[in-house]
Design a protein around this ligand. Structure first.
Ligand code: MG
Length: 264
């Protein structure tokens, strides 16, 4: 096994455990919640969906989940460990041309791996009586399987600012709240710059994200401090230059449609 692969494997396993916060012996999820300021509400304009550009890689056009699979831990790693491993097909539902998160089946990820990219993805949080906070239609888009942009109903549903819709979870609060009502389709357009590691596995440059929510800028080339973690402080771990895009199953029937990327 090559050293970078070994490092990556070790880092992946560490990420599955609750990462320690070195300054705090008993870190709690609330420690990294930021509630103030609350982003100002902006009613988005008439930004609507359109056909993908001619050079886009279509990841979901409503017909099937053929571009997606169930991730084991990470297929790259598992293939190294077990040459007989075969990825399982994604088992979320496709209903009326829309991809629907299937509760407790786990995340799905693209078969293709990506580094720098432009991503277009449309999502809808269904109306749900009695749900609130992080429990109201939670999902998420994990760039390179590690870096989450939150999907959540944040229309008249307060949660911590760095965990609401459009947040780079627990790292960056969106500049504004451009969320539409539950049941309405919404769009993220994301420009992602992958982190770069040198041959020894040291971080050479951090990941950066620019993002639009329903056509409204919510992140302007912000820098990530590491992979998304629920508890504690993130730290970069060495990983390959390209990794799958992953969608989160957080137990809610969030829907997705019209997903495409352009590699940069
Ligand atoms: Mg989420």
């Amino acid at each position: 096994m090559k050293i970078p692969t070994l490092l990556y494997l070790m880092a992946s396993i560490m990420l599955l455990m609750i990462p320690p916060a070195f300054s705090n012996q008993n870190p709690k999820p609330e420690d990294t919640e930021v509630w103030d300021p609350e982003p100002m509400v902006v009613i988005p304009g008439d930004y609507s969906t359109s056909r993908a550009p001619s050079d886009a890689i279509i990841l979901f056009d409503g017909s099937s989940l053929s571009a997606w699979q169930k991730p084991p831990i990470n297929p790259e790693v598992v293939k190294e460990m077990n040459p007989d491993y075969e990825n399982k097909p994604a088992d979320w539902d496709v209903i009326d041309g829309e991809m629907v998160v299937k509760k407790r089946t786990g995340a799905i990820e693209t078969k293709q791996a990506f580094g720098d990219l432009q991503l277009h993805i449309e999502w809808m949080t269904p109306y749900a009586e009695g749900k609130k906070g992080q429990g109201y239609s939670n999902s998420g888009i994990f760039l390179m399987s590690f870096y989450e942009i939150q999907v959540l109903n944040s229309y008249e549903n307060r949660t911590y600012s760095n965990g609401q819709a459009g947040s780079i979870y627990k790292q960056h609060t969106p500049l504004v709240n451009a969320c539409r009502k539950p049941g309405d389709w919404q769009v993220y357009d994301i420009i992602f710059k992958a982190p770069v590691f040198d041959k020894e596995g040291s971080l050479k440059s951090t990941a950066k994200i620019t993002a639009f929510h329903n056509g409204v800028l919510i992140h302007n080339h912000v820098e990530l401090i590491g992979p998304t973690v629920y508890i504690g402080t993130p730290n970069y771990v060495t990983h390959p230059a390209k990794l799958p895009l992953r969608l989160q199953d957080h137990g809610d029937p969030v829907r997705y449609r019209n997903i495409w990327v352009r590699e940069l």
